[in-house]
Design a protein around this ligand. Structure first.
Ligand code: T46
Length: 132
């Protein structure tokens, strides 16, 4: 399936830890947008859409959440709970985000600017799109 868990290189010493993310180096795309999600609550789901062309890297900076990934043939669940692991999601993957810890903080690096036209927010439409 077109997703991958990336172990990010950590520069750590007695002062703490640092991770650097660079376009087309340790990230497989050029970063055009960064957004973040915070103040999450456990009983609220997010996502439930796919992107036609967008690639993203999701890093949980604090807390934890579950990502369900679906390519129309199978579903896999990934638990994200550490800032040194990034979830790369390629094109045409349906994603659902759930079981957030209270106040989980996610940073998302994105290969393109925000464009609502590029989202597929209906699961049946997603299935039709990938099987066309
Ligand atoms: C994704 C997951 C991981 C903007 O105006 N600009 C932006 O860059 C984004 C990402 C969102 N928005 C607006 C659109 C909605 O009115 O913010 C509102 C909430 O967005 P949405 O309901 O799409 O949020 P999530 O958490 O369900 O999904 C987001 C991203 O949209 C999506 O690309 O992969 O996070």
């Amino acid at each position: 399936m077109n997703f991958n868990l990336l172990n990010l290189k950590v520069f750590g010493d007695s002062r703490g830890k640092l991770i650097s993310l660079e376009s087309n180096k340790n990230l497989p795309f050029e970063i055009k947008r960064v957004y973040y999600i915070f103040d999450t609550v456990p009983d609220q789901e997010r996502g439930k859409h796919a992107h036609r062309n967008l690639e993203q890297l999701i890093v949980v900076m604090d807390g934890a959440c579950e990502l369900v990934l679906d390519d129309g043939k199978k579903r896999e669940t990934v638990w994200l709970n550490r800032p040194d692991v990034g979830l790369y999601i390629g094109k045409n993957i349906w994603r659902e985000m759930r079981n957030f810890s209270y106040g989980c903080k996610l940073m998302v690096l994105s290969s393109d600017f925000y464009n609502e036209e590029e989202y597929i927010r209906d699961y049946n439409e997603f299935l039709k799109y990938i099987n066309h």
